[in-house]
Design a protein around this ligand. Sequence first.
Ligand code: C2E
Ligand code: MG
Ligand code: MG
Length: 632
Amino acid sequence: MNIQMQVCGLIILILIFYFYHRQDTVGLFTEILFKRALYVGIACLSLDILSIILIVNREMLPEWLVKAECKMYLVSLVWTGYTALEYACADAFRITRANRFVRIFGFAVGAISLVIFLLPVQIFCEGNVVYTYGPACIATYIGAVCLILVTLFYVVQKGQRMNPRRRRAIRIWMVMWMAAALIQFFNSQLLVVGFASAMGIVILFFELENPEANIDRKTGFFNARAFTDFIRQRYNGEINSCGMLVSLESTQTNNLQSEQVEDVMIEMAEFFRRIPEAKKFKTDETEYALIFDSTEKMDRAYAMIEDRFQREWLEGMDNMAPIILQPYYVMVPSGSVARNADELLGLLRYFRVHIMDNPENHVIIIDEGNVAKKRAREEMLDMIIAAMEEDRVEIFFQPIFSTRERKFVCAEALVRIRKEDGGIIPPGLFIPVAEETGLIAKLGERVFEKTCRFIKNNKPEQYGLKYIEVNLSVIQCENKALAKAYIDIMDKYKINPAFINLEITETASIIMKKTLLENMKTLIDYGVTFSLDDFGNGESNLNYIVDMPVHIVKFDKDMTQAYFESEKAKYVLQAATDMIQGLELKVVAEGVETAEQLRELERLGIDYIQGYYFSKPIAERHFIEFLKLKNA
Ligand code: C2E
Ligand code: MG
Ligand code: MG
């Protein structure tokens, strides 16, 4: 009997069935479709073999039974084609349930099946060669070829939206099938169609559906790839779920052995195995994702993990400094906060990175408020980029009054973004975003360059100005190339460096002291001076003033205001002024809003006054007029 090929194919499919079921699967829709194709493939080959056996032994059997079985085999062949189409479309449509297109084809295949049953079938049997032919067979060929063509057409049409490996695998499968159908059509003794479909399933298994590829080897949990697919599917299928990322980070850099982290990760995996309600993923070297179907289950799991963390996992490390490893949780409660699955994945990544900005709070919940903040931040980022591209970054100058010379001797350059509608966005809204994203480097340079151009074009020294203060962000101070970039700009505009005073803040001096000091030294050698900005805001430390090569200390407007509101603050400001002036540095008081405030601070001996009392920051084109008028 010519059934060797079918038997080979069947054995291969049964082996795949065995391996597939030995492994845990994520529960993806493509997995379900693959299983369907596998079952239909096994059924088809079994019916194929059975039909040959029945035909050979037809003398002992009623004819209708033999023919009915042959027709069943033909019908199963068409359904194999249908499962292939369904599988191909799963990706192209990003569907989680059969969509309309596929369902319509399901009806068509049902109709073809009926036709095959109604049409007569013939049987050929001579010695060892057995096959079926006749109108039912032709109907089967037509049906199968149509399905193959539709599938191929789809793969070509929607190819871009498909996973490239899936596209390739399906294409190979379909071409192989087509070739087999042609061979069998012209040489009916070669029964290769069933075998070709089995081979197609083998290709899918190795290329795409091997469950092993979705599994993390160390923990046996699903891996990052499976996580992405799973989230997409859950989201697109509107299946209510919630979940959390649990990540382990070192709170101190450099002194943590990676083996220790690994040990704790393995212990965690061990523990997570005992949470049956969770689908578990290992998404990164130091990160797990747990997905639940209700927020209550997630909360319960969180409490358990947190408790375990506090009690045990960190204990093994107590020979080292306290809390070296810290768990971080990013949680998504049930109900959707994202517009689509990809945004949800993006949100997870974003909050996972940003949670560490605030080490006190190691749990973040991706709720509507947080998502809205993130979206606003993104819009702001786009806005900054557009403003830079369209040259809508403007500099305003706020004059600073010298109490000794009784005129405006300097000004602070303050950045603004001009909106498309002509309105203005204040720096408080966009500087933090620019700092978070690193865009501040470019923006800060732009501000500095514009300030230098202003000095070159308007020569404010003619109107009594002695220098201009420009803000430097902490992030800029971390950049080793800062000094050179700024010197190049001053060279380009031939600016006297003594006309530039750069403002740094204390945060800058703590975090990046070494690089900052190098930058400062280079710039000071070149002739630039420095101010310490925002003094009195946060944890001010008088030591910094001693340590840092600054010429000027600027009292923050809150400190200035506090002076007029409380006795204590009054003494602090007085003492600070005495000390700073004792070091032969100058003092600027920011935020002076009334004539009385001015008088009082003058009496105290403050060197410079900046504030709305004199002027709000003034647009570039009006600033020279201001100087001409006031310094005349
Ligand atoms: P800052 O450097 O401390 O600047 C002083 C801020 O106080 C300015 O706000 C100024 O308009 C405001 N101000 C001055 N006098 C008064 C007053 O009498 N009353 C009140 N209520 N406010 C007064 P602005 O321009 O909104 O800038 C806010 C902050 O944005 C600046 O604080 C600075 O930290 C940052 N910034 C501004 N421009 C730049 C820049 O070019 N680069 C960087 N890195 N940061 C900048
Ligand atoms: Mg400033
Ligand atoms: Mg300030």
